[in-house]
Design a protein around this ligand. Structure first.
Ligand SMILES: *Cc1c(COP(=O)(O)O)cnc(C)c1O
Length: 430
């Protein structure tokens, strides 16, 4: 018998009310793909032909994106591969509110064009009063590219040999700067660069002096670097890439630079990421002197690098709203993390999972605070859990053959769903 005939036709399956509704919500292509998978299962004899619509309905994706939410149990607070900072509820809400038409660049009082992202720029200046003006672009790399193009194309950027930084995935800041048409003038040595080294390199060709925060490594021993105040005394504009996006000093991370301090020390511009320690959306923040910011804002490249309404909304809500998840994770009490780990381990053990609560060490991540470890706690599971949990969107860290689910970057309200996923893996559910 030809089993093909038994499988219901696509059109007939798509007429199922659940699938009609899903096509409205997700689009027809995703629903058709689920139907095709169910038809194949029927052809393979896995399910009866009459169950194709049910199987397709059960196999629909939840959202019309292949991006899947994950639980970051790696113990790395800012994990670039996991989307860095998770947005606060206030920022998520603001993104949803801004998703339709908004007055992003329109003045509702006069009916004329308005300042793009006005509220976000005001929030930035309120959060960092040392900045006369601000501009927001796609990420910190874009901020650097814009500064280099607007202030130093065809001229020189003077920077220390100790700050020729690679951020990750082959992204090297000097290569980005050189790609803008600026020439790099390296001064000093890998371990020691003084203000006099910069001073000796300045000349009519100087576009600006650039100081880059080594955000993912530390040099120790016989070292010297020029302070921002020393650089600001030189006869050239000073741009400082602080990396992490702290707008004010963070007592928990005393070695991490912040925009307010760097601007107060005399820098003309500060560049930073929005999705590192600031805890907001991917964005590049440029803060500083009004005239210098205006030169960037007026440059044609700005148009290619500016952010959309969703980012502006999320950034403003991050700045005005309650403490974002990254800041909470940074402050989480180690004893409380241990308590959560013990509770989880107990619950899982009761379900037959070989789970223990263990002490762990979390880090801020490539996004900032190199060398800083944060005391944390984790649930330790047999290493075999790593793959199946990953497939269900739970990413931990394997250490000495065991899978550690570090709780510092996991918001407390994710503990219960996390336990359910682990229990499901233990029961061998698909
Ligand atoms: C992370 C980082 C960058 C790159 O920032 P993106 O927002 O990822 O483009 C640049 N400079 C420093 C010092 C950094 O830490």
């Amino acid at each position: 018998m030809d089993s093909r005939r038994q499988v219901p036709r696509t059109d007939a399956v798509l007429a199922d009310p659940r699938l009609v509704e899903a096509a409205e919500r997700l689009g027809r292509a995703l629903v058709k793909a689920a139907v095709a998978r169910a038809q194949q299962r029927a052809r393979d004899g896995e399910i009866p032909p009459a169950a194709v619509a049910d199987a397709a309905a059960a196999d629909l994706p939840e959202h019309a994106t292949t991006l899947r939410p994950v639980v970051n149990a790696t113990g790395v607070l800012l994990h670039t591969n996991l989307g860095r900072a998770p947005l606060s509820p206030a920022a998520r809400d603001a993104v949803a509110a801004a998703a339709g038409c908004t007055d992003v660049e329109y003045d509702l009082a006069t009916g004329r064009r308005g300042v793009r992202g006005r509220g976000t720029l005001e929030a930035l200046r309120e959060a960092c009063p040392a900045a006369e003006a601000a501009v927001v672009v796609n990420n910190n790399a874009a901020a650097l590219a814009l500064a280099a193009t607007a202030l130093a194309a065809g001229r020189e950027i003077v920077l220390s040999r100790g700050e020729m930084v690679e951020i990750g995935d082959g992204f090297r800041i000097p290569e980005l700067l050189a790609a803008t048409g600026a020439r790099l003038r390296e001064v000093g040595t890998t371990n020691r660069t003084t203000a006099a080294d910069y001073a000796a390199a300045l000349g009519p060709d100087t576009g600006f002096v650039l100081k880059i925060h080594p955000s993912n490594f530390r040099i120790e021993g016989f070292t010297a670097e020029a302070s921002v105040a020393e650089l600001a005394a030189l006869p050239a504009p000073v741009v400082v890439d602080i990396g992490s996006g702290l707008l004010a000093p963070e007592p928990l991370l005393p070695r991490e630079p912040d925009a307010a301090t760097v601007l107060a020390a005399g820098a003309d511009l500060v560049t930073a990421s929005g999705d590192k320690l600031l805890g907001g959306p991917q964005a590049g923040l440029v803060l500083g002197r009004a005239e210098t910011v205006a030169r960037l804002r007026r440059h044609p490249l700005y148009r290619a690098l500016r952010v959309d309404k969703l980012t502006l909304a999320a950034l403003e809500a991050t700045l005005r709203g309650p403490r974002p998840p990254v800041a909470r994770a940074l402050r989480a009490d180690a004893a409380e993390l241990r308590r959560r780990a013990e509770l989880l381990a107990k619950e899982l053990s009761a379900q037959g999972v070989a789970a223990d609560a263990v002490d762990s060490e979390a880090t801020v991540g490539g996004g900032g605070a190199p060398g800083v470890t944060l005391p944390s706690a984790a649930v330790a599971l047999p290493g075999g859990y790593a793959g199946p949990l990953r497939e269900r969107g739970v990413v931990g860290r394997v250490e000495h053959g065991r899978l550690l689910l570090d709780l510092r970057a996991v918001p407390p309200d994710e503990d219960a769903p996390l336990a359910r996923v682990v229990a499901a893996v233990a029961r061998g559910e698909s």
